[in-house]
Design a protein around this ligand. Structure first.
Ligand code: AMP
Length: 186
């Protein structure tokens, strides 16, 4: 299964990605987490992406696609993969399609975690990550609306989009996702 988790910041992508990964034993790639780890390590990539992350901007496609491409190259994709926070732009989506096509694979599900704006603001204010400050949050939410949400149309057209009510508690959200996975596997 090739699973993509999409949703605004603090919609619970990372948490759900981990739950799916644990239950189904599918590796999980979080673009944001990889970038944050690189920043922490002060690697060359980390230095290049630091300011984008701090300001809540998207890391340029070139760097993002290269990083994800390398990670995917190290994995045996027939085992499946969960992509948390990638793709986020049309360019990234095209690259992912090209990469999967080349391996005769295709996206199984895109789970879009739909969460009310007020809930997101509440969660973001409580989380306290470095890029969770007011101004940065506004930018991240706007970029999600403008750059990432349009991708839903593409995945809807491909009939792989499943919209999940992300306002519920963690386990209820997972139960919704799990139903689709069970349905697919049975
Ligand atoms: P996240 O952990 O998904 O909230 O991502 C944190 C930050 O990492 C984002 O605000 C971006 O700066 C960067 N980032 C994560 N994923 C991507 C992506 N697919 N494309 C560009 N930048 C990304």
């Amino acid at each position: 299964m090739i699973i993509i988790l999409m949703g605004p910041p603090a919609s619970g992508k990372g948490t759900q990605a981990e739950l799916i990964s644990d239950k189904y034993n599918i590796p999980n790639l979080s673009a944001g987490k990889i970038f944050r780890d690189e920043v922490e390590k002060e690697s060359l990539l980390g230095l290049k992406v630091k300011s984008y992350i701090e300001l809540g901007n998207l890391v340029p496609d070139e760097l993002t696609v290269q990083m994800i491409g390398e990670k995917l190259g190290q994995l045996n994709l027939s085992q499946g993969i969960i992509l948390d926070g990638f793709p986020r732009t049309i360019g990234q989506t095209k690259e992912l399609e090209r990469l999967l096509d080349g391996k005769n694979l295709s996206v199984t599900f895109v789970f879009y975690l739909d969460v009310l704006h007020e809930t997101l603001l509440q969660r973001l204010s409580e989380r306290g990550r470095e890029d969770d400050q007011e101004k940065v949050i506004q930018n991240r939410l706007q970029l999600h609306e403008k750059q990432t949400k349009p991708l839903l149309d593409f995945y809807r057209y491909k009939k792989v989009l499943r919209t999940i009510n992300g306002n519920q508690d963690v386990h209820e959200v997972f139960a919704e996702i799990n139903q689709f996975l069970q349905g697919y596997l049975s």
